[in-house]
Design a protein around this ligand. Structure first.
Ligand code: ZN
Length: 226
């Protein structure tokens, strides 16, 4: 095994300089292209935008260091992506149907403190991730949430109950599932671990009347302090 061959191959000073110039050029083109796309930031990308970024990255990366690759073909790719992106955005803005095929639709995930279930009785999203999202918004339990909507860019919009309307609900703190049980020790208010349905239960085993699961955790009803 030849380390020099692996690390440098036939890299010379002039080749290194060329790579430097190519990189600066391509980087500038990428920046210009992103500015021209009309997007203000990239904190949250839709699926469609991620696809664009991947295509862009591939077209931009190779000519940076491959001396056999000319730069103009890449610029043609850039232009094609840009025109395509602007075209699709234009269509999305005018035709709602088109937009929902491309980016999906917003989904209601919590309604009145309970997790919305699809017609198979499952929740339509990854719960752990979503619980983390709730904690980031200082939500302690589901009873504080009147409505939560998963937007197409992956963020969740929350709408809260007023303090006086907060009801007991499923805690979303990390230790919630450590205290979950299938056999309830004492009478009290319990929330279904799966769908957050909350009801008074007596000691013993119970099945959730809403989602048929059998795991419960003690409901809490703290107010939202922000
Ligand atoms: Zn349930």
């Amino acid at each position: 095994m030849e380390w020099k061959e692996i690390l440098l191959s036939d890299l010379s000073w002039s080749a290194a300089l060329e790579i430097l110039i190519r990189t600066l050029l391509m980087f500038t083109f990428v920046l210009l292209m992103l500015r021209a796309s009309g997007k203000k930031g990239v904190r949250q990308l839709s699926i469609f935008e991620v696809a664009i970024i991947i295509a862009l990255g591939s077209a931009a990366g190779d000519p940076m260091f491959r001396q056999d690759d000319a730069i103009v073909p890449s610029l043609i790719v850039f232009t094609a992506i840009l025109v395509f992106y602007r075209g699709i955005t234009w269509l999305s803005a005018r035709f709602e149907r088109f937009e929902s095929i491309l980016e999906g639709d917003p989904v209601t995930i919590i309604k009145d403190g309970q997790i919305e279930l699809n017609n198979k009785g499952n929740s339509p999203f990854a719960r752990d991730e979503f619980f983390a999202e709730m904690r980031a918004k200082s939500i302690e339990h589901m009873g504080q949430v009147r409505l939560a909507v998963l937007e197409t860019n992956g963020t969740v919009s929350f709408f809260y109950f007023e303090d006086k309307d907060v009801k007991p609900g499923l805690p979303v703190l990390p230790d919630t599932y450590e205290t979950a049980c299938t056999h309830i020790a004492g009478d009290g208010l319990y929330a279904c671990c799966y769908c957050a349905h909350t009801l008074p239960l007596k000691a013993g085993k119970h099945q959730c009347p809403r989602c048929d699961k059998k795991e419960w955790v003690k409901a809490i009803d703290t107010r939202r302090i922000t």
